[in-house]
Design a binder for this molecule. Structure first.
Ligand code: SAH
Length: 344
């Protein structure tokens, strides 16, 4: 039995894929310990126990979409809407840069008009901090806006596919939103020269192991530079607010499986994971993740950017100290530099 277990993990590591049945058994928890150890050792071989930090700036919670799981969905009238000013964005970047971060992530609701307004701000960030990477997560936008943002100097774009099953996608989103359109955006972003990130929520309502298998197959095929995966966390003011949260353990298993399938990928240990699991950030790194995203959104705005309930809200500098200590306690350190995707 034991040699069977070893051989599954070994096959995954060498062939970077596995048949459906074996992926499903790993998802169910087979050889969890071996899987985790192998993923950690592959990550350590690739990245030398260095973890890259990204300064997250929650740029705006104004959103035209009505995703059924998301706290900042258009129909949630309880949200006080904001869009950070140019000055607020630049001062957030400055704080993050001053603390050594070399990637800024501007994330926000989907809002084409405001995204267009962000183009000159991206250009300004680019010229103020030429050695920092600019990552955007602004949803599905008209392609000319993607192109303008790229031209202004943005390097990377995060657009989670959320679920690779059409039918499941349709249950989580209102009519008119399709997986196909999201994938078209991802292809266009890649064509424009962005490093692209995709990913899914774990344990979103109605998700089955087969859906997660489809996610893994999609990631295998698309081979994104970054993979963002976090547990679903119910937000009470959404239609899915009474569903249970996703499993932290399953999220960790997915980090490990994907680390073995895509050894070079940039995989954050997500905020959502540490929200539902004490010590989750560390556990994510030990499962094969290699990125952490401390939050640099101006504190007064934090509360209004609640995608789900219970998000931590401490100051960026304070978070950095915690991260440093946590990483040191497991023999890891903060890696300097932008942390671009590199094929090893
Ligand atoms: N609007 C942008 C980015 C903001 S949402 C976009 O469409 O990409 C960023 C991510 O938060 C989403 O992709 C989703 O996977 C995650 N998210 C939203 N609501 C969530 C919830 N209730 N629980 C866990 N993750 C959630």
């Amino acid at each position: 039995m034991h040699s069977d277990i070893d051989s599954v993990i070994h096959t995954l590591k060498v062939q970077r894929t596995l048949p459906d049945g074996e992926i499903l058994s790993l998802l169910e928890g087979a050889c969890a310990q071996e899987l985790r150890e192998e993923a950690e050792s592959v990550a350590a071989a690739q990245f030398g126990r260095g973890v890259w930090l990204r300064g997250l700036i929650e740029w705006s919670n104004v959103c035209r979409r009505d995703c059924l799981y998301c706290g900042i969905r258009r129909s949630n009238a309880g949200v006080e809407r904001y869009t950070l000013s140019r000055e607020e964005i630049l001062s957030s970047c400055e704080r993050a840069y001053g603390l050594g971060l070399r990637t800024f992530v501007l994330q926000g609701g989907e809002n084409p008009q405001a995204a267009r307004g962000l183009v000159p701000v991206v250009a300004e960030i680019r010229s103020c901090w030429p050695d920092a990477a600019i990552t955007l997560g602004l949803g599905e936008l008209p392609f000319d806006i993607y192109a303008a943002l790229r031209k202004a100097g943005a390097d990377r774009f995060l657009l989670r596919h959320e679920t690779a099953s059409e039918a499941h996608y349709a249950r989580l989103h209102p009519a008119g939103m399709t997986l196909r359109s999201r994938l078209e955006c991802l292809r266009e972003l890649r064509r424009l020269g962005f490093q692209v990130g995709m990913g899914m929520m774990v344990g979103s309502p109605w998700q089955t192991p087969r859906d997660l298998l489809a996610d893994i197959r999609l990631l295998e095929e698309f081979r994104p530079d970054m993979i963002g995966i976090g547990p679903f966390i119910p937000h009470p003011d959404t239609p899915l607010g009474s569903f249970p949260a996703g499993s932290a353990e399953l999220t960790l298993r997915l980090y490990s499986i994907l680390r073995l399938i895509l050894p070079d990928a940039l995989i954050p240990s997500t905020t959502a994971l540490s929200t539902i699991m004490p010590g989750g950030r560390k556990a994510g790194i030990l499962a094969g993740a290699n990125v952490i995203m401390p939050n640099f959104t101006p504190l007064p705005r934090r509360e209004a950017y609640a995608l789900y309930k219970g998000k931590a809200s401490t100051d960026g500098a304070e978070q950095l100290l915690d991260i440093q200590k946590e990483l040191a306690s497991i023999g890891y350190h903060i890696a300097p530099g932008r942390g671009d995707f590199i094929t090893h």
